[in-house]
Every structure is written in structure tokens, then in C-alpha cells.
Design a binder for this molecule. Sequence first.
Ligand code: LLP
Length: 420
Amino acid sequence: MTKISIPQDVILKGAEQFGTPLWLYNRETIEKAVKDVKVFDTVRFAQKACPNLSIVALIKKLGCVVDAVSAGEIVRALRAGFKGGVEKGRVPEIVYTADIFDRDALELVKKYNIPVNVGSPDMIQQLADAGIKSELTLRINPGFGHGHSSKVNTGGPLSKHGVWHEQIKDCVKLAQANGMWITGLHMHIGSGSDFEHLAQVCDAMCDASRRLGSHLRTISAGGGLPIPYKPEEKGNRIDVNAYYKLWDDARKKIQQSIGHDVSLEVEPGRYLVAESGYLVTEIRAVKKQGENLFYLVDAGFTDLVRPSFYGSYHEISILPRDGRVLDEMVDAVVAGPLCESGDVFTQEEGGFVVTRKLPKAKVGDLLIIHDTGAYGAAMSSNYNSRRYAAEVMYTAGELKVIRERQTFEQMLQNDRVIEF
Ligand code: LLP
């Protein structure tokens, strides 16, 4: 069992003060993760992983820039202190990466002069039609992909993401015909990649760069750096330096063939925030269904959807409120409060419910789900009319609220009751 990086008394106090379910983040863990990836020239945080304003602002303070995939993420990036605009010789602070513009996004891209990482040729035409002449980067689908689940594989002919690798030249022509230049290439083939796939992506980047030619100034390795979710993976973390080295070698090859410097970006989401976060829940019922023991907690897939959606594994700890020693282990299923049989935290891909060896627990104990800083709060919903949980950061020995628990009023505020 991996040790929780926030002291137990702090967690107990947090649960008392802010109620459960509760997202707790450890600032130090984020700082350490950022340091690891700073070997790259530019670290662009994929804020979709955890878009809380304080988290985005912290990551800014640590010297990173940011990616935005929607109008809302542009607004968040601006609110967190990043600036729009493109200046010669400076890394753009916000880049919009998507496969389409919705109308809101196009409007904000224009208003704040946000550079675009284009995921489909139609976007180039739409920029031109909107009277925007900006430098572009192309997100390439190299024709293959990889990921921890088929749902996060973002390359290959069945993926909607990116410009198909054979269309690079057409995009260059389309951009030039409209007074725009493509100055960067980007590849993100999925989340949780391994080195074998990575080497393949680096080769694909070199190929793509040949098709683009001499305007190339930036290549982006995308995101996808994995973190160890399972205890047996903990001793075998990804070697970020080796990851960098593969990309740096690709960059050097490209520089040699085009004859000038190219800067190297990386765009991690999960790696920067996943391990900083814990979902703190309370056990509200302990019951037997036939032979199976169930711990029912007050968080559901409306809070953390990863196990239900991808069969993702998260470590689980029990923290008793009464200070008793946990010396007996049992096999238990951990599930939430929703009216959905898939609302189970211990399940495998395909929805197979499994048990987990956990300490014998009772109602009132805290149950803590680890490594939930990425795609945890970010993917929460109001389904079953459950409110968004509070988010709290542990920083300099203190707990600070970075998002209040949603009130019932806030949950209902945009509903309108019409006359019947
Ligand atoms: N860049 C692009 C263009 C992306 O599409 C993504 C993730 C990232 C960067 C960041 O990937 P990361 O470093 O976080 O793996 N909800 C899923 C992950 C979906 C990722 C979507 N795109 C999960 O909970 O695992």
C-alpha cells in the first residue's frame, strides 16, 4: 500500500471541516512532478486533467504554459493569469488544441489572439473565414495510436483526432493560400504510452517534419506520460529523462535536416497532477450481498468516473476516525450511492466488479481513493442531482479551499419552471 502524502490528522480534520466527499491535493507533489518534466524546453499543462483555477495558477507559477481545448478552458487560462497573443521568439502562453472550433471558441481565439493547434483541415478554412491570420501548428494523427484504454487511444484510422498524416501538404497549401504559416507539429497518440510506441511516434514526427519543410520551429510530444496507479507499478515509474532523450534525439534529427533550431514541447496533464490528489469519502454502509462484502461510500462516479468509464484501478486506503488499529484484512467491493449498478470503484474494464483486499472497516471510517488529481474532479457531473464536492489544497502545512462544495441553490440556479 502506498503511503498517503498528506498527514492523517490533516485528512481527518479536512473531512470534519469540509465534509465528504472531498478532493484533497498536495501542493508539494505537483511541484515535484513539474520539476521532473522541466527537462523539456516548454511544459504545456493539459489543464483538462485538473482545471481548478488555483491548480492552473500554481502550475503557471512553476513556469509552465497551458493548453486549452474549449472556450471554457481559454477563459480559465486567462482567469488564472495566462495571456493570449503570439510574440516572435516567445512561447505562446495559451494554445487552443482541438479537432473543431465551436462558435464560442473561434470568437475567443480571435478576441485574444490565441494560437491554434489545428486538428482538422476545416479549422484552417474557418480561421481564414473569420479573418484570422495566425501562425498555426498541426496536430497530426500518425496513423496509429496507443493508450491505457481504447477510450483514450487518440491515433489511428478509428480515431477522430488530428490531421491525418497524409494530409499535411494539403494543410500547408490551404494555410499559405490564406496567408498563414504552419510552424509547429504536435502528436499525442494517447494517454499511458510506453517506450516502444514512443519510438514509433518519434519516427512519425521526423517523417511529418519532412513534409512540412523549413517553417518548422516547434515540435510537441503531446501528453500521455503515465503514472503508476497500481502498487506493483510504483517501483517502476516512467523514466522522464529517457522519455525526453528519445524526443530530443528526434528533435536533433529534424534540426539537422531543416538546418535550424526547433524547440521541444511536452503537454502532460496526468503526470503533473494525478498523484497529488485524493478523494476522501466516508463509508456509509457495510453490507453483505450473498458472499460479497460491500463498502458503500458517499462518493460515486459522479465524483470519480475513471473506474466506471475505463475500468481504471486506484489504490484505496481506510482511515478510521476512532483511531483503532486496522489489523484484519477482508475482500470487499467498494461502491457509491448512485442508482446505477456501474457505480463501483472496484471494477475492471468491461464493467466486471471485483473485490479488493482492504482492512476491515465500519460505518463512519474514511475511505480514501488515491491518485485522483487528474481526471477526477475534472470529470465530475451533477447526475442524480449530486453536488460537486469541495476541492482543498494542502500547502505549507495548511488546508486551503480551492473550490467550495456546490450548494443546492447553485445546482438549481439555471433551471426554469415554465407555466403548464
Ligand atoms: N494533449 C492532448 C492533445 C490530449 O488530448 C491529452 C489528453 C493530453 C495532452 C493530456 O494527456 P495526459 O498527459 O493527461 O495523459 N480522461 C482520461 C484521459 C483522457 C485524455 C484526453 N486527452 C483518463 O482519465 O485517463
